[in-house]
Design a protein around this ligand. Structure first.
Ligand SMILES: [Zn+2]
Length: 319
């Protein structure tokens, strides 16, 4: 049987909305929850997946893609990123309640891995593949098998082998479970005692005995205590048993405004980790002053793949 060769694809992202879309869902990645039931070949243990999409007018090119192929993203005739195809799927769902791209329906989706910064002018790629040096890529394009072969031969050291997803970073689940089990065993069924001890455990992990800790939203430092709390990103009452003892479910927030604005849904953290204002909240001038002075344009300092899904829950559930 003939083994299909790895192909090389070129995707221009020079103009808007292509580049902001690329920043959002390839560099920023997509929470796995939004991709439920769409891809079959991605690891369910992942939190975030880089995803690209194209329109049905590019179906014949998209149809050629298979796991292990390489997609090069090009801006202004220079390749800036390389990536490996993991899976592709057609879906009108577009991430369910999570909006992948607001501008159009790119229903031919591609799950990627190994997105890497990479710099190579297109004329150099053309020289490698034996194409005319004048070839420009205006839309998603596939190189021929021979051209892909030649280029991959010369680029393989830089692109790496086709890779599967690296395992996600795990919190010490066993230690937390053991501590919780001990709690259940030792304590009476008094819920308040369990909650308090659980909170103590989470606090211990979060603050680690530090005397000064930064508020994840405004960035100001406080001593853990009355002014800085160990706050649930997703409310404890909405968490399942495992989420309740996941140290990533909490983050430090100050009681001088950030925690209350977050909890009341006036602000949320988007899937790029940026603090955003909820335009539907009942803002008054003093609250807006606080936002403008302390939060506008800031990134949440604790945002990571480990807590992105908790922030997403909050974003999707505020009014
Ligand atoms: Zn704060």
């Amino acid at each position: 049987m003939r083994v299909p060769k790895r192909l090389l694809f070129v995707q221009p992202i020079t103009t808007s909305p292509a580049f902001p879309n690329f920043q959002k869902t390839v560099l920023g990645k997509v929470p796995i929850g939004a991709l439920k039931g769409i891809f079959t070949n991605i690891s369910p243990s992942l939190d975030l997946v880089p995803v690209w999409g194209t329109k049905t007018s590019h179906r014949s090119t998209w149809d050629l893609m298979k796991s292990g192929d390489v997609v090069l993203f090009v801006r202004n005739n220079i390749i800036e990123y390389s990536s490996i195809v993991v899976d592709r799927a057609e879906s009108a769902l577009m991430g369910g309640s999570y909006t992948l791209w607001a501008d159009s329906n790119y229903s031919l989706l591609i799950a990627l891995d190994e997105v890497r910064e990479f710099r190579l002018p297109i004329p150099q790629l053309n020289a490698m593949t034996g194409n005319s040096s004048k070839r420009v890529f205006r839309a998603l394009s596939a190189l021929s098998e021979e051209g892909s072969d030649r280029a991959l031969d010369q680029l393989s050291g830089d692109l790496g082998e086709p890779l599967t997803f690296s395992p996600p970073i795990q919190f010490n689940e066993d230690a937390m479970k053991a501590a919780l089990k001990k709690l259940e065993d030792n304590e009476s069924s008094k819920a308040t005692v369990v909650i308090r001890k659980e909170q103590d455990l989470l606090k211990g992990v979060l603050f680690q005995g530090r005397s000064l800790v930064e508020c994840a939203l405004c960035g100001r430092e406080f001593a853990p205590g009355p002014f800085l709390w160990c706050c649930h990103i997703k409310p404890r009452a909405k968490c399942d048993a495992l989420e309740k003892v996941n140290p990533s479910v909490v983050t430090p927030m100050c009681k001088l405004g950030c925690d209350d604005l977050y909890e009341a849904g006036f602000v949320f953290v988007d899937q790029c980790g940026i603090i955003q204002m909820n335009p539907n909240a009942a803002w008054t001038s003093s609250l807006e002053d606080y936002y403008q002075s302390n939060l506008v344009g800031r990134a949440c300092s604790s945002f990571s793949p480990l807590n992105a899904s908790f922030f997403e829950w909050h974003e999707l559930n505020i009014e």
